[in-house]
Design a binder for this molecule. Structure first.
Ligand code: COA
Length: 323
């Protein structure tokens, strides 16, 4: 049986760091409130000229170096993002062009914060069916460009960044199983109202656009759904939660992560946490957390990892893999 296996990881964060103290100067908030309600201490914010594709390219180069592959080897590019540079051409073709890669399929997937999990799942199918031999899979976002910096209920949460992995075929176990889900009945709990053909654009009031979120309700569904999809992934493979070496969750909020880990009976020592330094970077959060764990030596070859995410839609997903 052929598996797809992660052979290299990389991440890139914009230079500018915004601390909770910086936010105190912009909105009526406090470091204490943000830390206790979200776990976020600082976040990286893209500069005016930084595009999502720039972040992608920087993260991709690091993942390719780690995997020891060159641009000639890449035969598939899949990017999960909600903040592409343009509506079209799709961002994966922009990354392709910036990296000097020609001819391979390149496309993006929009599933909000679950974008990377959807992208990884898709690339896994290309590899395991023999269609691709070396996939570049990225989760990237400049979500702060959608943030209303006068809305304290959302602006304290988000940050920008990109995480990338290289996926190749292997005879030994890599990705074991992928579990995706979505339910559009929750569309109004977390969304951004502007896009091509949106009602606001039609009404000519685009400038009012901002991230709209019912935080309390999102919180409750997130905890329940993340616990559910994690259990589904383990049960599908007859694996007990004690066998997991690392949980790598979407970094939306420390309290959501704690509640999910508790439901799984996993101590926080077995959870990779980046929310304090990155904030919620949407589709970038899981691959960046993976890269943090790999590069600081906590995640080792052969260990069992559970990646999971949840986002607007709602969308959700989990990937169980042996690193
Ligand atoms: N600073 C200070 N006070 C704030 C604040 C801020 N940045 N944001 C909100 N508040 C206030 C509210 O106005 C409210 O005041 P009130 O009681 O006088 O009305 C109070 O804090 C409590 O607000 P509430 O929304 O109930 O707080 P909470 O404990 O639910 O925390 C979130 C808010 C957003 C942190 C939390 O609901 C959350 O994380 N939800 C999930 C969001 C998420 O993860 N989204 C992305 C999913 S991928």
């Amino acid at each position: 049986m052929t598996y797809s296996r992660i052979v290299g990881t990389g991440r890139h964060l914009p230079e500018r760091i915004m601390t909770n103290a910086d936010l105190e100067k912009i909105v009526e908030t406090s470091d204490e409130w943000i830390r206790t309600r979200t776990g976020v201490e600082r976040r990286h914010v893209a500069g005016e000229d930084d595009t999502t594709s720039d972040l992608c390219v920087a993260a991709a180069k690091k993942a390719m170096a780690a995997a020891q592959v060159s641009v000639e080897d890449i035969d598939l590019i899949v990017i999960g993002t909600t903040t592409p540079d343009l509506i079209f051409p799709n961002i994966a073709t922009l990354v392709q062009e910036k990296m000097g890669i020609h001819g391979c399929p390149a496309f993006s997937i929009e599933a909000a914060c679950t974008g990377f999990i959807y992208a990884l799942t898709t690339a896994d199918k290309f590899i395991t069916t023999g269609t691709s031999k070396c996939a570049l899979v990225i989760g990237a976002e400049v979500i702060t460009k959608l943030v209303d910096w006068s809305d304290r209920t959302t602006c304290v949460l988000f940050g920008d960044g990109a995480g990338a992995v290289i996926l190749q075929p292997a005879e030994e176990q890599g990705i074991i199983s992928c579990h995706l889900g979505a339910d559009g009945q929750y569309r109004d709990l977390l969304y951004y109202p502007v896009g091509a053909g949106s009602q606001l654009e039609k009404a000519g009031i685009v400038e009012e656009a901002k991230i709209l979120m019912k935080g309390n309700e999102v919180f409750k569904v997130a905890v329940k759904t993340l616990g559910g999809v994690a259990t589904e992934a383990l049960e599908a493979n007859g694996i007990s939660k004690d066998e997991l070496d690392w949980l790598i969750p979407h970094q939306a909020n420390l309290r959501i992560i704690q509640a999910t880990a508790k439901r799984l009976g996993m101590p926080l020592e077995k959870v990779i946490l980046t929310v304090q330094d990155h904030g919620n970077t949407s589709a970038a959060s899981v691959p960046m957390a993976l890269d943090v764990g790999v590069r600081d030596g906590r995640i080792k070859r052969g260990q069992l990892l559970l990646l999971e995410a949840f986002g607007g839609g709602f969308t959700w997903g989990a990937v169980l893999l042996r690193y």
